[in-house]
Design a protein around this ligand. Structure first.
Ligand SMILES: NC(=O)c1ccc[n+]([C@@H]2O[C@H](COP(=O)([O-])OP(=O)(O)OC[C@H]3O[C@@H](n4cnc5c(N)ncnc54)[C@H](OP(=O)(O)O)[C@@H]3O)[C@@H](O)[C@H]2O)c1
Length: 322
């Protein structure tokens, strides 16, 4: 089968389209014919081997997962004898980033726990845009943020993969959403349901009077004191992503600030989870959430797709079709 293979850490040009043996499922695995994949930050970590501590999981000298690709949508081609939830022909999607990667290939094997049935109202390319980014937004808002109907939610950096899902999921649960985006993304944020849009190129967050029950820090950054000022009493800030200096500041100071006051600061790591994917499915099939796709590349243009995604300017998701 054709697959993207990376035998060493580096820039996108280490990714080669190669011919490799197709994988064979074990008794508790399924074999999926992959039709589409999409890129997330984790793909860049596996590509570059940076930040360095990630190599403890990904391989010290070279990537232990040589076929990258986490998000995936496709059709089940074969099932192991202990598989109970899926059968041959099922249209599925999932996030394989904690289950061996391998989605940038014509076929992949994975545990059935990584997968859910693909939403019926999405194409394979659209479905592949969903798993990691949507479950990150869902887990940050719901599991960590305990978002409730009627709450004021600010999404800082709402125009990328995670942010576009965060706007829609927050709206779907009945929150009032303010999105912080650049001028070129203001219309996109409104079209996804944001009640208010703050254009970070036209003014600072500090200049706005509104305060929030929940702030999600997805992209871009502000000082801890700005965020503190923007939180209501008993408000919560959840750091999802953004620049690494902000992450270190939050890891160092967040717990202290949270200890002495009524405003809490917390950071968060997404975990692939089948139940969360099923919940995302329900939002999608109800027409409340849809993926936003910026660009689509064929498998042989994966290095170009990584180069584009790495710039951090995608409006929604970058998808690979196979
Ligand atoms: N905690 C976790 O488990 C987890 C999981 C997944 C992702 N993440 C992190 O979450 C972040 C978002 O991931 P993603 O895949 O959604 O990113 P992405 O798709 O690459 O985000 C790109 C978007 O961010 C916007 N942006 C760039 N700089 C900005 C700024 N200063 N202020 C506001 N918006 C800005 C860009 O538009 P403009 O340039 O026009 O503003 C673009 O639309 C990343 O830092 C990623 O590492 C964390």
């Amino acid at each position: 089968m054709k697959a993207i293979v990376s035998e060493r850490y580096g820039t996108p040009d280490v990714l080669r389209l190669s011919e490799v043996a197709a994988p064979v499922p074990e008794e508790n695995q399924v074999l999926v014919k992959v039709l589409a994949s999409s890129l997330n930050y984790g793909n860049l970590v596996l590509l570059t081997g940076k930040p360095l501590p990630a190599r403890l999981a990904f391989g010290l000298r070279k990537p232990k997962y040589q076929i990258p690709g986490g998000d995936m949508a496709g059709i089940i081609e074969a099932v192991g004898e202990k598989v109970t939830k899926f059968q041959v022909g099922d249209e599925v999607y999932g996030d394989l980033s904690s289950n061996g990667w391998g989605a940038l290939a014509e076929y992949v094997v994975t545990a059935e726990e990584s997968l859910a049935l693909k939403p019926g109202n999405l194409s394979f390319a659209e479905a592949a845009a969903v798993p990691m980014a949507a479950t990150t937004a869902l887990q940050a808002l719901k599991n960590k943020g305990k978002v409730r109907a009627g709450q004021e939610v600010l999404i800082q950096g709402a125009s990328g993969g995670v942010g576009t899902f965060a706007i829609q999921i927050a709206k779907a649960v009945g929150a009032k959403v303010t999105a912080v985006v650049s001028t070129r993304n203001a219309e996109l944020a409104s079209s996804l349901g944001a009640d208010h849009v703050i254009d970070y190129q036209k003014g600072n967050l500090e200049n706005h009077q509104q305060t929030y029950d929940l702030i999600l820090g997805v992209n871009g950054s502000h000082s801890l004191s700005t965020y503190k000022q923007k939180l209501k009493k008993n408000g919560l800030f959840v750091l999802v992503g953004g620049p690494s200096d902000q992450l270190y500041q939050f890891m160092l100071l967040g717990p202290w600030i949270s200890m002495f006051g009524n405003k809490k600061f917390s950071s968060f790591m997404q975990k692939a989870n089948q139940q969360d994917l099923v919940l995302v499915n329900e939002f999608i099939e109800a027409g409340k959430v849809r993926p936003v796709i910026d660009k689509t590349y064929p498998l042989h243009e994966v290095p170009a797709a990584f180069t584009y995604f790495q710039k951090g300017r995608a409006q929604g998701k970058v998808v690979i079709t196979i």
